[in-house]
Design a protein around this ligand. Structure first.
Ligand code: EPZ
Length: 430
């Protein structure tokens, strides 16, 4: 298994182009199942999650063509998808266990082909991750759902029908699934308490280009008037706000200056506000955000994760890495996932002073210096937090289980090296 070696102490300086968002691309790829026409997605990040999803959909019969392209002035990947010969309506356990977001096939396949079988994903390191909201909403739309041998078997022999659905939680995944399902349902669907993340807005934009009739973009009430069929479309994946936020912290923690090219400041309002309160310089330019930590004293600040536009849970671990070397104390409260402090013991092994209170809160007291160590994390964002800690730690940090990072950070070492980090991947046979 590959490892990443970092020698801390370099001040980062330069430009990083922000890739397309993983969490937007995953549902966009599955939206291509809604039509027999070609769906072209530009700016798809080259990540193992996308490769896994493509292989699942190819197994089902989706045609996938990959092209190297240029997007917003930088090399990027374009995929052309065509779902005119779908043969398998089953997502087997071997695919789903590798990539939970495979559940995005549920809505599109049930809506277009009236049947889907899908292995239940189970929990993961950050929480139990139930999909009850997805399933109960599909039931409200007339689907018959049975759970057998670890699989969800869903049927809608007469097609799905519009419904008035009120989500108990503003779930990102359920919003995407039900949006896709409702585009081809008979009648109108109204979703209340829908998630409002930019990745959802991006999905709505693609679906509307494909001929869907969705209103309420960017709000918590979405109205979808079902149509008979959808057509092909061309769409560019929105910039990854979590990747941008992660590199913003790399600038702040090393007291350097990084220009985040193609990042969208509107999608990062809370994280940028917290950075400013911590004493970091933030400047919004036409097509970029400049994060400037040069000569700044970083001070502690409290953070409470929440649904968008609240502070994103997917940046909690990275901000905590910054707090470990800030002046004074910071209180971090995680309200979305029940087990998202796995980075804490590893940061403490590097010299951080963090106390967890109950399951949801952690007090971080800033220390003068971290020291390098061999570390590992059990999820993607926690792994990036350890990279950040390694960038300022004395000596060498080895981050194990790099496959987590490969799921969500395109060209990680290349991007960090280009701004001056001393980082390299150590290849090791499995
Ligand atoms: C998405 O997960 C993201 N993943 C996560 O990013 C992110 O942390 C999360 O949204 C919250 O922003 C993808 O987009 C692929 P949810 P998702 O459904 O859709 C509960 C990363 O690091 N819930 O919004 O699975 C759930 O337990 C990943 O890139 C139910 O109770 O999250 C959680 O407490 C990690 N029942 C809350 O809702 C359900 O049926 C929010 O979950 C569904 C969710």
């Amino acid at each position: 298994m590959d490892k990443i070696k970092i020698v801390g102490g370099n001040v980062l300086n330069g430009k990083i182009n922000i890739s397309g968002a993983k969490n937007a691309a995953l549902p966009l790829v599955c939206a291509s199942l809604l039509t027999a026409d070609e769906v072209t997605l530009k700016n798809v990040p080259n990540l193992s999650d996308i490769t896994f999803l493509n292989s699942l959909l190819q197994f089902m019969g989706l045609k996938v063509e990959k092209k190297e392209d240029i997007y917003n002035g930088y090399p990027a990947t374009t995929y052309v998808y065509k779902a005119n010969e779908i043969k398998e309506l089953i997502a087997p356990y071997d695919f789903v266990r590798k990539m939970r977001a495979s559940y995005y096939v549920l809505g599109p396949l049930l809506a277009r082909f009236k049947h889907v079988e899908f292995s239940l994903p189970g929990g993961c390191a950050i929480g139990a991750r139930p999909i009850d909201i997805h399933l109960s909403s599909l039931e409200q739309m007339g689907a018959n759902i049975e759970i057998k041998n670890g699989y969800v078997i869903a049927d809608a022999p007469d097609g799905l029908k519009g419904a008035h659905i009120i989500f108990s939680k503003a779930s990102v995944g359920a919003t995407c699934n039900i949006l896709m399902a409702a585009t081809l349902a008979h009648g109108t669907t109204k979703i209340e308490n829908a998630a409002k993340e930019p990745e959802i807005t991006d999905l709505i934009d693609l679906l509307n280009k494909m001929g869907a009739k969705i209103q309420g973009r960017g709000t918590s009430i979405l109205t979808i008037e079902g149509v008979k069929e959808l057509n092909g479309a061309v769409h560019g994946v929105v910039a990854d706000r979590i990747e941008a936020g992660s590199y913003a912290i790399a600038a702040a923690i090393t007291k350097g200056r990084i220009e985040l090219i193609n990042a969208n400041p509107e999608h990062l309002q809370q994280p940028l506000r917290v950075l400013e309160k911590m004493g970091v310089g933030v400047e919004i330019l036409d097509n970029s955000i400049v994060i400037d930590g040069r000569g700044k004293t970083i001070i502690g600040e409290d953070v409470y994760t929440d649904y968008y536009p609240g502070f994103p849970t997917d940046l909690q671990a990275q901000f905590m890495a910054l707090m470990t070397v800030a002046e004074g104390a910071s209180l971090v409260t995680e309200s979305i996932w029940e087990n998202r402090f796995m980075h804490v013991p590893e940061l403490c092994r590097m010299g951080a002073n963090i106390n967890i209170h109950g399951r949801a809160s952690a007090i971080v007291r800033g220390v003068e210096k971290l020291s390098g160590a061999p570390v590992m994390a059990t999820d993607l964002r926690a792994s990036f937090a350890l990279i950040l800690a390694g960038l300022v730690a004395d000596g060498e940090t080895i981050v194990n289980r790099v496959y987590h990072l490969d799921r969500g950070y395109e060209k990680l070492e290349e991007k960090l090296k280009a701004v001056g980090a001393n980082i390299e991947r150590i290849k090791e046979a499995d």
